[in-house]
Design a protein around this ligand. Structure first.
Ligand code: NAD
Length: 675
């Protein structure tokens, strides 16, 4: 990626200096090795502050701009962030037509900090620059909006084109001027900035960063370039030190770090996975089959009965057809994907599969039956995966003669959309199988996060105490809509009750019923059971914590629920009180955090940032808060414990619930953090 880390910056400075002293050289062409110009700053360096160690990117750019020999940047693959800014310091730019150009800093709550807001508008105009900086998405180099940025856009032979341009400058006296010396184009209209501000925040943009960007563009209009650059630098540093950007950077790194498998032997092999199979064509199975097809992997879809198979295929067809209708998928791609999904009723046809994902009913006997069949029919070396949410994977592996090949692939609904995949390592899962599935996750465009075996794995195990707190809050005085509103205002994509209505309250009920038996010591509010006993299972029954008009997806608060909740409080003798939104958020979040500590301590998760990644990608946790464990770190773990102690003392609380986990206590004592 040629990220501009300290080592590369040093080499660039050193090389440019050396070439300056070579009389036989009259121009410099700067291209990236490995088919990529540069993906920009090394985000990992931000945390160590190494990004700011001299020579900084500014020093490299100053060396380029002050070079007496013209510098020609040749761009292919990617030029992002600092990489693009470096190219903008060159005297000329040549790009391959298909390379992707971006200033993506906004996604980390930042603005370009190395002149992007000052040089880009001088190249492509203020409004085009503002758009590019404020949405952060890549643009093809041959896009008309980028015309002013490149001296030449070529389809091939980048280096030849760069050398040709160099010769024209050196031999033919073609003028090559720096972007900083170009006049500012026409100012943008005030209305344009206004609209930009209004849109900020609506599309995952970070309002303060958008505002800073606008301020920098105004500075570019009004100030000489040096002053504009200084203004930008100051604005960048202010954002850099903001909690929002800190959290977004953590989220960014957490999602990338998750791919690393701790303690993996270096020589671990990867199995080639060319053909897949899915057993069960229900909600999950259909989505998983689509996920394979979307990645271009042929997949057999197996069901017990013809009608179930037809139902599953109909769901898949309808889904793809919907995408075609909405213009998201071409007809040809739709046909191609459908052709990759081949239905079957016979295990014989699974012989070729390199990986099989079982997604039948959440029932040990049903799943064990499937795994015995897979053991009989699948070829040696095939990876046998289960999508189970709660069942013991070790037991499932034990019904086969090849437990080392058994692994969990826990997808989230809708499987073809959700970006998270918990990859569950059973006791005997081999390193090779684990590594192969983590690599497969990437091909499927998912972030794989390794989890050990436990009830609910990382994500659902943590959701249990979170929901228990939400139910206690109902008993004590809150209503579903208040709890949802508080958590959504805090940043969660969906509050627990709206989410429950969507998932199906019967699903959560069956998990609880199992847990009442398996872990009888844990205190649950029985209030949610009362709702289920009334047949209120959420959206699918038209009523859950909310009431749904026929066909509506948005629920309305329901007086019947209020009466049920208040009646239940009276029945258990709990005096209802006003509960603040702050308390709601704090109790629900700290419930997550304490369970996260246990998960980390038991090595179910490899690292705290993996837990954050699970919540960010699978549970609608707000990226600008970095994930539950990061959030606890930013609160300070002593503060976390103090809050838990306060909750423990409240009337009616379950004291066991608020017992801080050992790891949390230890870390707090040593002033440590989870991350
Ligand atoms: P579902 O009831 O929608 O689908 C199950 C399908 O499996 C049905 O079509 C059924 O006909 C088929 N089936 C049952 N036994 C079979 C057998 N022996 N051979 C072939 N097909 C068989 O269930 P679902 O919601 O898709 O859940 C499937 C699995 O995914 C469960 O283990 C569940 O815990 C897990 N899971 C579900 C969710 C979710 O939110 N729905 C999320 C993650 C994981």
């Amino acid at each position: 990626m040629n990220s501009l880390n300290l080592a590369l910056r040093r080499r660039l400075i050193e090389t440019i200096g050396r070439i300056a002293g070579m009389p036989e050289v009259s121009a410099i062409v700067l291209v990236g090795a490995g088919g990529v110009f540069s993906a920009g700053a090394d985000i990992g360096e931000f945390d160590t502050q190494q990004a700011f160690v001299e020579p900084s990117i500014h020093a490299v750019m100053a060396a380029v701009e002050s070079s007496t020999k013209p510098v020609i940047a040749g761009i292919e693959g990617l030029a992002m962030g600092g990489g693009l800014e470096l190219a903008m310091a060159a005297h000329c730019r040549v790009a391959m037509a298909g390379s992707r150009i971006a200033l993506p800093e906004i996604k980390l709550g930042l603005i370009p900090g190395a002149g992007g807001t000052q040089r880009l508008p001088r190249a492509i105009g203020l409004e085009a620059a503002a758009r590019m900086i404020c949405n952060g998405d890549p643009v093809r180099a041959d896009a008309p909006s980028l015309a002013g940025l490149f001296d030449l856009v070529v389809e091939q032979d980048l280096l030849e084109a760069c050398l040709g341009l160099a010769q024209r400058i050196v031999r033919d006296g073609m003028k090559a001027s720096l972007l900083r010396d170009r006049a500012m184009p026409a100012p943008a209209s005030p209305l344009f900035y206004q609209e930009l501000e209004q849109r900020a925040g609506s599309k995952g943009q970070w309002p303060t960063a958008v505002n800073a960007c606008i301020a920098c563009l105004r500075a570019a209009e009004a100030m000489p370039v040096e002053a504009g650059l200084a203004f930008e630098r100051e604005a960048f540093m202010k954002l850099f030190d903001s909690p929002v950007s800190g959290a977004l950077r953590h989220a960014f790194i957490a999602e990338r770090t998750a791919a690393k498998i701790a303690g993996l032997p270096a020589q671990t092999g990867i199995r080639p996975l060319r053909a897949a199979a899915v057993v069960g064509a229900g909600t999950m199975g259909a989505g998983i089959a689509m996920t394979f097809a979307n990645a271009g992997i042929p997949v057999r879809l197996l069901e017990m009965k013809e009608d179930a198979l037809e139902r599953g295929l109909a769901v898949i067809r309808a889904n793809y057809e919907g995408s075609v209708r909405r213009g998201k998928l071409s007809r040809a791609d739709c046909d191609q994907r459908l052709a990759l999904i081949r239905p079957t009723l016979s295990y014989e046809e699974l012989r070729d599969a390199d990986v099989v994902v079982e997604a039948v009913y959440e029932d040990m006997d049903a799943k064990a039956g499937v795994f015995r069949q897979l053991d009989t029919f699948c070829k040696p070396g095939a990876i046998l995966a289960s999508n189970t949410s709660t069942l013991n994977l070790d037991k499932l592996a034990a019904v086969t003669s090849r437990p080392a090949d058994v692994v969990g692939m826990h997808f989230f609904v809708p499987a073809n959309v959700m970006p998270l995949l918990e990859v569950v390592k059973a006791r005997e899962t081999s390193a090779e199988v684990l590594a192969s599935v983590m690599k497969l996750a990437k091909r499927l465009k998912k972030t794989g996060v390794v989890s050990g075996v436990c009830d609910g794995f990382i994500g659902n195990r943590m959701i249990d105490p979170y929901l228990r707190q939400a139910y206690f809050l109902l008993e004590e005085g809150a209503l579903p809509e208040q709890i949802d509103r508080a958590l959504e205002a805090w940043g969660m994509a969906m509050g627990p009750f709206r989410a429950g209505d969507l998932t199906g309250l019967d699903v959560l009920w069956s998990v609880r019923k199992r847990r009442y038996v398996e872990v009888p010591g844990v205190v649950y509010s029985r209030l949610p059971d009362r709702l289920c006993e009334l047949g209120r299972f959420g959206q699918k029954t038209g009523a859950g914590y909310y009431r749904y008009e026929p066909g509506a997806r948005e629920g309305k608060p329901d007086d019947a629920v209020r009466a049920l909740v208040e009646g239940y409080s009276a029945e258990i003798g709990r005096a209802r009180r006003q509960i603040s939104d702050e308390e709601i958020v704090s109790r629900c979040m700290l419930a997550l955090v304490n369970e996260g500590a246990a998960i980390l301590d038991e090595r179910i998760a490899q690292r705290a940032s993996d837990i954050d990644a699970v919540y960010l990608l699978g549970y609608g946790f707000p990226a600008f808060r970095g994930g539950p464990m990061y959030y606890a770190d930013t609160l300070g773990l002593r503060e976390v414990i103090a809050s838990m102690a306060r909750f423990q003392e409240q009337a009616g609380s379950d004291p066991a619930f608020w017992q801080p986990h050992r790891l949390l206590l230890e870390l707090a004592e040593s002033n440590g953090t989870f991350n």
